[in-house]
Write a protein that binds this ligand. Structure first.
Ligand SMILES: [Cu+2]
Length: 127
C-alpha cells in the first residue's frame, strides 16, 4: 500500500511542472479581444520587417521578434514623423515587443535608427 501511494506521489510531482505551461498556452489562445485574431508574429531580419504588410482583425496582438544583432524599434508613423499610436523603443537580438491592435485602421511603422525599415499593420473590423 505504501509503495503505491509513493508511486502516485512521484507521478504527481512529475507532471506538476507541466501544469503552469499548459495554463499559459491556453491563455495565449484566448486574448481579451475575443476575435479570431489571436497572436501574429513579425520577424525583423536583415534590416527588414517580415511580413512587411500585415493584415489582422481587431483584437490581434502582433509580436515583433528582432533577429538582427543590432537594436531596432517598431515606431508608429513614417520616418521623421512618428504617429504616436505605439513605440517599442529599441530592442535587440532575441528580444520581442508586442502591441495589441484594438481599433481598425492602417498603422504604418518604421525603425527610428534605420529609416529604410518600414512596415504596415492593417487592422480590419474582425467581423
Ligand atoms: Cu533598425
Amino acid at each position: 500500500m505504501k509503495y503505491f501511494s509513493r508511486a502516485f506521489l512521484y507521478a504527481f510531482l512529475a507532471i506538476l511542472p507541466l501544469i503552469p505551461a499548459a495554463a499559459r498556452a491556453s491563455d495565449s489562445n484566448t486574448p481579451g479581444g475575443g476575435t479570431a485574431g489571436d497572436t501574429v508574429g513579425v520577424s525583423i531580419k536583415l534590416f527588414s520587417f517580415n511580413p512587411k504588410v500585415l493584415e489582422v482583425p481587431a483584437g490581434t496582438t502582433v509580436v515583433w521578434t528582432n533577429g538582427d544583432a543590432i537594436e531596432h524599434s517598431v515606431t508608429n508613423g513614417v520616418p521623421g514623423k512618428p504617429g504616436g499610436a505605439f513605440d517599442s523603443g529599441f530592442f535587440t537580438e532575441g528580444q520581442t515587443w508586442s502591441h495589441t491592435f484594438t481599433e481598425p485602421g492602417e498603422y504604418p511603422y518604421f525603425c527610428r535608427r534605420h529609416e529604410s525599415m518600414t512596415g504596415m499593420v492593417k487592422v480590419t473590423s474582425g467581423e
